[in-house]
Design a protein around this ligand. Structure first.
Ligand SMILES: C[S@@+](CC[C@H](N)C(=O)[O-])C[C@H]1O[C@@H](n2cnc3c(N)ncnc32)[C@H](O)[C@@H]1O
Length: 611
């Protein structure tokens, strides 16, 4: 039996006199429901408080006020009701967000669902996701886990022979088996996804084809939420997969307006328009008709091809085999990066390709011992990687590490011949420069030439933008001075105010620069002319007619013709209705139908009834 101490007006000295040698079984209640006390204790967690009281009573503040009106039984801290509630809610939220890697069991009450986006019908594209509110660049929109992973995309295999065809249908059955083993939520989710099955006999492959996205290191995966996102060649968001955690994320790479569609590039930017088209048609089963690339005229496509070839050739000094050239021709390599950056800007590419450009510029500057510029570029790369892939992504983490340990880079100071750097512009206080001055200083080593002829990369971009009637887009986020603070943060872990740290959201506060201020800084050519004037002047030289129409919306409006019939709300409902006996209706409706659509062996597969 425990002794009971009736303690009224309990004071610190009283507690201290009891606690060092409490009689066995003595428990003391300390009621903490008084505002003053809450203030004092707010810095301690309940566990710390207990620890402080029991093992280090002397550490209690000497001025501790009376501890309450009642006392009995147990050394216990009572948080106020609201605090308890908040703590519980926080714990529940954390639990809901905790990825479940082992089981892959997926709850339909997805943490991101209905938060930033909603699913609506999009004319010509079936359903799609739109922003429920304005979403800033760099915001994580979805975090998702695969419900199904395959080593290769079925659509990538060309089953032209009889044997190949057999293998194709065998694969369909393999996927069916995996679906059968899924939990009921996953089954429902998987089967509610859009299907593209040209053969009409491989429905499971059909679902994979329409929805699967590449995952690293190899293979493809289908996702419960991300697979609801439509494709755009100039997307508003970027999809990436994290090999370390096994999760996928989608980040806003543009400022997305309320009700604007959230789109990703299914082809992961890797291919020119012909390859993109093949991939989208063969795998995802639709022809993209965006006015950005796919829906333009033949001349537009030709111009795009040329521009793309130029773009792809710009980092040819940076592959390991030719790194010697980068050391020898640093300015030229830098010039290429300047061009690449300008091309990205003209095309309004602010996904991780832009980060790649800054990353290369960082390497070039490091190689030539130009640390000040290297730092500026390194930060830009990091900020862009963070915005597009997130701070958890291995690419971001590796970049962060490399920036810290720049001296161990293989190319570090391998060549000090750097025409671009003069004693005057070394160790310059960049904070004193205007945006324009800073821009000129930063890119100075590469500012040798920026031609606008049809055979030159920016010229080819301009030709494409013009032929395809795409405005030169520059009304989007440019890197701001916040990046420099971020670099400071990188080294110190704290900013001047001490409010941000690298573990937190840090430079998330980095906000898009308004369109008007972009002009005259990054968007200006070497001679400082306004790019619009320059554009107009150069059009004649390029032999292309018509200019960018700034008023016309671009890129995101891919009014493509979806081949599949629109899935109605009713369709979906009927697919996921729960059966009374605990199995799901989809088992003998949609799934059963799909099985039957496949070969006869498949029809016999029961759904998972373990649940
Ligand atoms: C991953 S699903 C996206 C969600 C799908 N729209 C739905 O209704 O469930 C891919 C399918 O959406 C359609 N789709 C996606 N992007 C499209 C686009 N840009 N133009 C036309 N159809 C598109 C195609 O039918 C494609 O097979």
């Amino acid at each position: 039996m425990s002794s009971q101490l009736q303690i009224h007006d309990l004071t610190t000295p009283t507690i201290l006199s009891i606690l060092p040698n409490p009689p066995s079984n003595t428990r003391i209640v300390i009621l903490i429901d008084d505002d003053d006390m809450e203030d004092q204790q707010s810095k301690l967690t309940p566990d710390e408080m207990i620890e402080a009281l029991v093992s280090r009573p002397a550490s209690l503040p000497a001025t501790m006020p009376p501890l309450g009106r009642d006392g009995a039984f147990m050394l216990q801290l009572f948080m106020t009701q609201s605090k308890m509630k908040a703590a519980k809610q926080k714990a529940d939220e954390a639990e809901a967000l905790r990825p479940q890697y082992e089981t892959f069991e997926y709850d339909l009450t997805h943490p991101n669902r209905d938060i930033l986006y909603k699913q609506v019908n999009i004319p010509g594209r079936g359903k799609g996701l739109v922003a429920k509110e304005v979403i800033a660049r760099g915001t994580m929109i979805i975090m998702d886990l695969p419900i199904l992973r395959l080593k290769t995309a079925p659509c990538d295999n060309s089953y032209t022979t009889d044997e190949g065809e057999k293998a194709y249908f065998a694969e369909n059955q393999e996927i069916a088996k995996q679906v059968k083993e899924m939990g009921k939520h996953e089954q429902r989710t998987f089967l509610s996804l859009h299907k593209y099955d040209k053969s009409k006999k491989a429905p499971f492959i059909g679902i994979v084809n329409a929805n699967a996205l590449p995952v690293e290191p190899t293979g493809v995966a289908v996702f419960p939420e991300i697979s609801k996102i439509n494709h755009a060649c100039a997307p508003t968001a970027e999809y990436s997969f994290n090999t370390t955690t096994g999760e996928a994320r989608v980040y806003a790479v543009e400022h997305i307006e309320q009700d604007q569609e959230i789109t990703i590039d299914y082809t992961l930017y890797r291919w020119d328009h012909e390859l993109r088209r093949t991939r989208l048609t063969n795998c995802h089963g639709f022809q993209c008709k965006c006015d950005y690339i796919c829906g333009t005229t033949d001349a537009g496509l030709q111009a795009h091809k040329k521009m793309w070839e130029h773009f792809a050739s710009l980092d040819h000094y940076l592959v390991p085999e030719t790194v010697g050239f980068m050391l020898k021709f640093g300015e030229e390599a830098m010039n290429n990066m300047f061009t690449r950056k300008n091309m990205c800007q003209m095309m309004n590419i602010w996904d991780s390709r832009a980060a790649g450009t800054f990353f290369h510029a960082w390497q070039i500057c490091l190689a030539h011992g130009d640390l000040q510029r290297a730092q500026c570029f390194g930060v830009r790369a990091l900020v862009n990687f963070r915005d597009c892939l997130g701070e958890e992504h291995p690419t971001f983490k590796i970049m962060q590490q490399r920036l810290k340990e720049y001296a161990s880079e293989a190319v570090f100071k391998k060549d000090t011949y750097w025409k671009g750097t003069t004693p005057e512009d070394e160790n310059i206080d960049t904070s004193l420069l205007t945006a324009k001055e800073f821009h000129d200083w930063l890119w100075h080593p590469g500012l040798l030439k920026l031609m606008l002829t049809p055979d030159d990369a920016p010229g080819a971009t301009l030709a494409w933008l013009t032929v395809a009637n795409i405005p030169w887009r520059h009304n989007h986020p440019e890197i701001t001075d916040a990046d420099f603070d971020f670099f400071h943060l990188l080294h110190t872990g704290k900013d001047e105010t001490g409010e941000n740290d690298l573990e937190g959201s840090t430079a998330r506060s980095y906000s898009p620069r308004p369109a008007s201020t972009v002009e005259g800084s990054e968007a200006t050519f070497i001679d400082g002319e306004n790019e619009e004037e320059r554009l107009a002047e150069d059009l004649a030289g390029l032999g292309v007619s018509g200019g960018g129409d700034e008023d016309k919306a671009v890129g995101s409006a891919a009014h493509g013709g979806a081949i599949h019939p629109v899935q109605t709300e009713k369709d979906l409902e009927s697919q996921v209705t729960a059966r009374e006996d605990g199995n799901i209706a989809v088992a003998d409706t949609k799934l059963g139908k799909l099985m039957a659509e496949g070969d006869s062996e498949g029809a016999g597969l029961p759904v998972n009834d373990n649940e």
